[in-house]
Design a protein around this ligand. Sequence first.
Ligand code: SF4
Ligand code: SF4
Length: 184
Amino acid sequence: MGVQLTKRAKPVDRRPMTWLESLYLWNIMKGMAVTIKHFFSRKVTIQYPEEKRSYSDVFRGLHILNRDEEGRERCTACGLCAVACPAEAISMEAAERKPDEEHLYREEKYAARYEINMLRCIFCGLCEEACPKDAIYLSKTHAPANYHRKGFIYKKEDLLIPNPLTEPEEYKKALGTIKREPKS
Ligand code: SF4
Ligand code: SF4
């Protein structure tokens, strides 16, 4: 045996098996005992999606693009979230607000296109930290499974929180349990 880095290595028993050992009865019984023990012990499997495990308070899930209390989109397409993202998962295109769109967008500039590639995202939360407008945060839901890659490209329409004025119930549901301080 070479140099041992730990004391865990055990020498292999290379003696020829006896007739009784070659029947593997004792080993089968040991295996069955493990199976029976687990059969009657408390089940730890969660029957998802019928049953859902509660998440930790610090869980970071699917992103939400936020609106203000008047239902206007907060995002100004400044790009700070995209710059902060270590996975380069965020892309966007900015557009200028027109005079008759003041009820839609909070600032003069807004994101005409905003996308997050959830296959790249590592849910680190740096986009949320970087945003100066409280426009993006990570919720307590996760991206559902999908058979296609393009199903993981979340567009602005997928990410935008429901309007609190027109869909108050949906808005509350989307806010989840995250405690949020209003920013000006
Ligand atoms: S959570 Fe992290 S990896 Fe995901 S989009 Fe935000 S900054 Fe990028
Ligand atoms: S989400 Fe925030 S950081 Fe990202 S572009 Fe919009 S305003 Fe800027």
